[in-house]
Design a protein around this ligand. Sequence first.
Ligand SMILES: O=C(O)c1ccccc1NCC(=O)[C@H](O)[C@H](O)COP(=O)(O)O
Length: 272
Amino acid sequence: MDILSQIVSRTRDILETRKRELPLADLEAAARARQRPHHALTAALAASTDPLVIAEFKRKSPSRPNINMEADPVAVAKAYAAGGAAAMSILTEPDFFAGSPDDLRKVADAVSIPLLRKDFVIDRYQLHEAKAWGADLVLLIARILEPSQLAELQAEARELGLETLCEIHNLDEYERVGDTPIDFLGVNCRDLKRFATNLDQLIDIVPHLPKATPWVAESGIHAPEDVARLHEVGYRAYLVGEYLMKSPDPSARLEELRTANRSSTSETAPPS
Ligand SMILES: O=C(O)c1ccccc1NCC(=O)[C@H](O)[C@H](O)COP(=O)(O)O
């Protein structure tokens, strides 16, 4: 079984338990009771043509067993907000990423930037969890969803007032998205068989990407030059985890990433 299948299988087990402990009706009531105002990443996108950094909180991952196990989500969130993060991504998957719902809940109470629940969403129950825990956006991974399921989750997310980042790794996965009206298209350049990242792949796929949906470059971004290169070919946002989580000064590194286009020598403007 590949790593994504293992994670999805574990996610199904976790969900079964959670649904028993908190039925959907009670979860919906908790989501309605949450007072946090909505923070839209689409609004940040409309307000600026500079690179938007979606800064990720991630203690570990299958490819990196120890990124920053001691990190405090609220301290990291405040550093990211101070560095000008357009949004923050928070892993809530417990077993493979050492994330938790509490990480998201605490951050939601501490900062006023859009928050992405980064998890392996396969069921509408998880959208309601995301809402109840304070998220503004959810990740939908094309490879683990049937096209019809993707469309249904997208529609329900929208009803709940959640924006969606739909992730693909290649063109076959993009086919699965079809006409589903996602808010952001993420291209993840991590090959989950070898765990290697390859930014060239993000560039090679560009001619095939839709012009009308903003693109998010995901994984393997470790320098302002990476952002500048991807910005030149039309990416608008950058999901960055390990590089920021390992830095002793994430605010400063983030600021360099989000202004990377200003030091770029190229005159090429990203497509609008
Ligand atoms: O990172 C992994 O090892 C991984 C394994 C299986 C599924 C997903 C995985 N990563 C999730 C991500 O997409 C990254 O956390 C995100 O793109 C940030 O990447 P990076 O900046 O390279 O930490």
